[in-house]
Design a protein around this ligand. Structure first.
Ligand code: FE
Length: 202
């Protein structure tokens, strides 16, 4: 199945573009044109701060607006586009809701397909060989390493992303958040909770 819209070998890592980026980065750093620390701050911003805010708004709206929630379950791409979040790698979105019966977790076993418009750029661990293999083989062990403990009878469903379909986990609304306005709720929603490797708490 094609990933990221083009054919490439998934077994040869790092990929050619990654090597080229690294080569460019070391040239720029060696010439004193780029400060590696500043680069890390930029990447951190897109991984952790700017990107996931969009998804957090989707989640908070799903918690507070039953009509939006129904639309999100019915056609996530359209519901998310209504909030203005469109773009590459987000054309065919599916929202999977966590319940007391089922916890959802997302991986791309072949490479690093990820819903960019709602989550930003994927964290390094999402692209790692270890996560991609273990998320499917031993999801409970992976979750406990992320500090996530599930309810005793909660099943885990692992969703494998592709170029065709990207998943957004809708975490369970935490106890104690009753009556909170949407923007305060959105501030509780972490990136990892929308991948399924985290939970939301107050
Ligand atoms: Fe992929």
């Amino acid at each position: 199945m094609p990933h990221d819209g083009h054919d490439h070998s998934h077994s040869l890592l790092p990929s050619d573009p990654e090597l080229r980026v690294r080569a460019l980065e070391s040239i720029l750093v060696n010439k004193g044109l780029v400060d590696p620390a500043a680069l890390n701050v930029l990447i951190d911003t897109y991984e952790n701060k700017i990107g996931p805010k969009n998804g957090a708004r989707v989640v908070a709206k799903s918690w507070t607006d039953p009509e939006f929630r129904a639309r999100l379950q019915d056609d996530a791409s359209a519901a998310i586009a209504d909030l203005g979040y469109v773009g590459r790698q987000g054309e065919h979105m599916v929202a999977v809701e966590n319940t007391p019966e089922q916890h959802n977790m997302v991986v791309c076993t072949l490479c690093s397909c990820y819903p960019w418009p709602v989550l930003g750029i994927p964290p390094a661990w999402y692209k790692s060989d270890a996560y991609r293999a273990r998320a499917v083989r031993e999801p409970r062990a992976v979750l406990s390493e992320f500090g996530v403990s599930l309810l005793p009878d909660q099943k885990i469903r692992v969703w494998d992303s592709t170029a065709e379909i990207r998943y957004l986990v809708i975490p369970m609304r935490p106890e104690g958040s009753e009556g909170m306005p949407e923007d305060e709720l959105a501030a509780l929603v972490t990136r990892d909770s929308m991948i399924g490797t985290g939970l939301v708490s107050v």
